[in-house]
Design a protein around this ligand. Structure first.
Ligand SMILES: Cc1ncc(COP(=O)(O)O)c(C=O)c1O
Length: 400
């Protein structure tokens, strides 16, 4: 890997890359020493227990000092969302969601709609990818068990009004009749503070391998008290606890953690969280580095000024946003733009529907989708300049 490779990688919304060196070291150490967590009392098993417990505590701190036992460890964001959706829904329920959701929400919901008659109401988003909190709240009925909303769109980067949605649920419904709020934090975790307990989020699903800088194969689900009262296990198996019972243990996190945990990857996530909490994300020590809000402002501003380029989603004056920019170039398919950026400029971006097809109807980008540039915590100004210059050259070539 050259330093250019790292600087010109703009696909951090898929997974951040490269990972900090301490993450790799922690994974290698755990692979050499750790046994199975929660299974046995010998020193290798105890080492694995320590890794898991410390990571759970770090996640609990990140979420605003929640109870660590409410932080269920999973393999990725999709796993966390499935644990929430399959664990909560019952035949005949109603769910309110948005057209901006990822397939990791929409496909489990579609399964429940098809197999068990769950009614799914999808509230459209505006042309910047943002949902209106009242439009969502107005669709709640007495049968609504769940509201499922991503805190940020992985297509446009628009941040959704999660606090207003949570406050609206609290104000409109008594606690015993209020639907549960599931927030998909896949794109926002690590970039913006998310405090589920103080905001009123019942379930928060997140991967560890995106903005948290952890390895692939990590994630978690925060389960708040109201969700704890009703959520059932969606996977059943060994937990290392209450082995005499054929039923899954009632206590969290065991209820939702069947099977051996991926201890080496969890050790990597622990090291990544330590980096983030020290304010030591990758690129931080680089004198040329700029932060993601500065980089996004530069990219969006420059793209808006290039003839033939349309920024899809919030512009600079639009709603608050994350480090994700979608765009299209007149005269080219998004896939062609991504291929040219890769082959001719060494710039890695993603093109297409980004596993979130429904939002493209609202954005007028069906059927081919968009080119997506996504950043991590820091980027070099020179890399941003190269990206802008490359996109300008491609746009010019379509016109001439
Ligand atoms: C908004 C959103 N939700 C869920 C996911 C799924 O996360 P994972 O890739 O960790 O399964 C993604 C992945 O990109 C995403 O962007």
């Amino acid at each position: 890997m050259t330093s250019d490779d790292a600087n010109l990688y703009f696909d951090h919304a898929a997974t951040t890359w490269p990972k900090p060196a301490t993450v790799i070291e922690a994974m290698a150490d755990a692979a050499l020493i750790a046994g199975a967590a929660g299974r046995g009392a010998h020193q290798h098993a105890m080492h694995a227990n320590d890794v898991v417990n410390q990571t759970r505590q770090s996640i609990a701190r990140l979420l605003g000092q929640v109870d660590p036992s409410r932080c269920v460890l999973t393999n990725n964001g999709t796993h966390s969302l499935n644990a929430a959706i399959h664990g909560l829904l019952r035949p005949g329920d109603h769910v309110v969601t948005t057209t901006a959701e990822h397939n990791s929400v929409l496909r489990p919901l579609e399964h429940w709609r098809e197999a068990f008659g769950v009614e799914v109401t999808m509230v459209p988003v505006d042309h910047e990818g943002k949902v209106d909190a009242d439009a969502l709240l107005d669709r709640i009925t007495p049968r609504t068990r769940l509201l499922a909303v991503a805190s940020a769109s992985n297509v446009t980067g628009a941040l959704q009004p999660i606090e207003s949605i949570a406050a609206g649920i609290r104000h409109r419904f008594p606690a015993d009749a209020a639907p549960l709020l599931l927030v998909d934090a896949a794109q926002s975790i690590g970039y913006v503070p998310l405090m589920p307990q103080s905001i009123g989020i019942d379930l928060l699903a997140a991967p560890g391998h995106k903005g948290l800088l952890g390895p692939l194969g990590t994630g978690f689900l925060y389960v708040g008290p109201r969700a704890d009262a009703v959520i059932r296990p969606w996977m059943h198996g060994g937990t290392g606890s209450q082995s005499e019972s054929l039923a899954m243990p009632e206590k969290l996190p065991d209820r939702l953690e069947a099977g051996n945990l991926n201890v080496p990857a969890i050790a990597g996530l622990h090291a990544a969280l330590a980096c983030l909490m020290r304010g030591d994300a990758i690129g931080n020590a680089d004198a040329e580095a700029i932060t993601w809000p500065e980089a996004i402002a530069a990219i969006v501003g420059a793209f808006q000024a290039i003839e033939g380029v349309r920024v899809v989603g919030p512009t600079l004056a639009g709603p608050s946003r994350l480090a994700v920019v979608s765009f299209v170039v007149k005269g080219y398919l998004p896939q062609e733009v991504a291929a040219i950026l890769d082959a001719s400029f060494g710039i890695r971006v993603r093109a297409g529907l980004h596993c979130a097809a429904c939002i493209h109807h609202d954005l007028d980008t069906m059927p081919h989708g968009t080119v997506r540039v996504s950043l991590s915590h820091h980027t070099r100004r020179s890399a941003i300049d190269r990206l802008i210059d490359a996109v300008a050259q491609i746009a010019r070539s379509a016109i001439s």
